[in-house]
Design a protein. Structure first.
Lengths: 162, 387
């Protein structure tokens, strides 16, 4: 009776505390249906995100076909990290696993955009309305293609569209 | 698309209507010269070790709430044992500033315990509206400021009685009435589900600390705003998909008893409210909080450990439902020791309370001022989060 495993839902696996707060802000958006998204405890590093995904979540995703997962990892300046991580997702799960992250670290976003919760809410607004106010930030804009893939999937799940 | 960060909206503190802007407590139990840095935030989490003073903040607010609800005998509000380490040479002081839209209401009361007295008495009391006094008081002498067509007045009241519940409000729109009603309607909880039976003999909009008058609150809320049932129903159906409805039938000359009905494709069953699990009773309380904030809010809700009694899979959703409900009006304050609850707040709305030992007072710091490395919950488990 938490997130309903048998209905479409989204699990967010953040790398660290900063990404966890971004996800919390996203979930706080007034249009996000609270019980369709679950932010998991922070993994503790981007490699740990992938380890946790393969050890705990990949099998569970086979078991629960309505589950989508969003992995939040930092690039720490490594442009190719997200792509390398995506290439490791099992082929049959590619359509349900999405990997997003800041180019450096989310801490750098705070200076420009405010608190993590404020940024997270802005990300949700962008997702819902198709805008790019937050996702267009230089530290986030490289996520564009992944967002294009993610948005049509999560819109009907997370947002109580008018 | 590349954008210039300089053109993006920067974060600013947003003052939501009807929120506490300042809370100051002095010489009350472990709180000495204590100011809660709450700054009008819509939701705030208080964390800290056992005995740090989190619940004492709740009890201080409850004293103010009980004054607004009509308890005026000082001895019924505070006792000499509530003075910090029995210190009688310093007044016990409570001060609160509340932002209502563009207006600031301030209420301050100080108690003293002179030699030879058996109970504390009022030393000072003041209600202000945008900085101007509505009334002020020193010991027994009250000065009522000039308002509208009413002249100023001076009179005496028993120094063992608090003035706020006694002073006559002129209309429902005067500052005294608005402030008192907001404070009286605040929801300050330490629920004790095992004691909540769902029976009621009257209606109220003011649940008590353990929420043992849940039945009366349910009846009062629906009498005040029947449409509130929709909100209650919506929430409970999300949390318990087989929830069907709540009925509150008459069971005696003057009493009612709540019955909850569940149904699914296998059939239906009615459960007396008292037989619900402790966690399910907390869902019911949460549903009423959400509905009450809509119906007669914006409200202050201070919930001591809202995660108590809940399954781990429910804690996060429960806290997020409350945070979301109050982000556009009202204020939600929680205390917690639960990692799942703590993770649903962020550094800017988490306050850390700490006491070095039982002889020293509580200190409080925003989490943003502390250097917490890595995972906050892990750091709390290690005991590394200290101001």
């Amino acid at each position: 009776m938490s997130v309903n495993k048998y209905r479409p839902h989204v699990l967010v696996l953040p790398e660290d505390d900063a990404n966890r707060q971004l996800a919390t802000g996203f979930s706080l958006h007034e249009a996000v249906a609270t019980r369709t998204i679950q932010v998991l405890p922070e993994a503790g590093g981007w490699t740990q995100v992938l380890e946790d995904f393969f050890s705990d979540h990949a099998t569970a995703m086979d078991q629960y076909p309505h589950r989508l997962m969003v992995l939040l990892i930092d690039c720490d300046g490594d442009d190719n990290r997200l792509q390398r991580a995506r290439s490791r997702v099992p082929h049959h799960l590619v359509g349900r696993v999405f990997i997003l992250g800041t180019l450096s670290e989310p801490e750098a976003l705070k200076a420009d955009l405010g608190t993590y919760e404020t940024i997270g809410k802005g990300m949700a607004t962008d997702c819902r309305e198709g805008t790019n106010h937050i996702w267009g930030h230089p530290l986030l804009s490289h996520n564009g293609a992944e967002l294009e893939r993610l948005r049509p999937q999560i819109l009907p799940i997370l947002f109580q569209l008018p | 698309m590349e954008i210039n960060p300089a053109t993006l909206p920067r974060y600013a503190i947003v003052y939501h209507p009807f929120v506490i802007r300042r809370l100051y407590i002095h010489n009350f139990r472990c709180l000495e010269n204590f100011e809660l840095p709450i700054l009008g935030q819509a939701s705030v989490l208080l964390i800290g070790k056992n005995g740090a003073g989190k619940t004492t903040v709740l009890l201080a607010l409850e004293i103010l709430q009980r004054i607004a609800r009509g308890t005026n005998r000082v001895g019924d509000l505070v006792k000499p044992k509530d003075l910090t380490r029995g210190r009688t040479d310093v007044p016990m002081r409570f001060e609160i500033e509340v932002l209502f839209g563009d207006n600031i209401y301030g209420y301050a009361i100080a108690f003293e315990f002179p030699k030879g007295f058996k109970e504390l008495r009022v030393l000072e009391e003041k209600l202000t509206f945008n900085g101007a006094p509505v009334y002020s008081r020193e010991v027994a002498q009250v000065h009522l400021a000039r308002t509208g067509r009413e002249n100023e007045a001076n009179f005496f009241i028993d120094w063992h009685l608090v003035g706020l519940p006694i002073i006559q409000q002129q209309s429902t729109n005067d500052p005294l009435s608005i402030f008192k009603q907001w404070l009286a309607n605040s929801l300050i909880f330490r629920p004790m589900p095992s004691l909540i039976c769902g029976e009621s003999e009257q209606e109220t909009l003011q649940p008590n600390l353990p929420v043992t008058n849940f039945g009366a609150w349910f009846a009062g809320l629906l009498a005040y705003a029947p449409s509130a049932y929709t909100k209650i129903d919506d929430y409970l159906k999300q949390v318990m998909p087989d929830f069907k409805d709540i009925k509150n039938p008459v069971v005696g000359a003057n009493s009612r008893r709540l019955v909850v009905q569940f149904s699914n494709e296998q059939g239906s069953m009615s459960v007396p409210f008292e037989d619900l699990s402790d966690g399910e009773k907390c869902f019911m309380i949460c549903a009423l909080v959400l509905a009450a904030n809509d119906a007669y809010g914006p409200l202050l809700c201070f919930w001591d450990e809202p995660d108590n009694y809940l399954a781990l899979s429910e804690v996060g959703h429960f806290v997020m439902a409350l945070r979301k409900a109050f982000q556009h009006g009202g204020q939600f304050i929680a205390t917690s020791q639960n990692g799942e609850a703590i993770r649903r707040f962020s550094e800017e709305n988490t306050l850390v309370l700490h006491r070095n030992n039982h002889l020293e007072p509580t200190i409080v710091r925003p989490l943003t001022e502390l250097q917490v490395r890595g995972n906050l919950v892990d750091a709390l488990i290690r005991g590394d989060v200290e101001p």
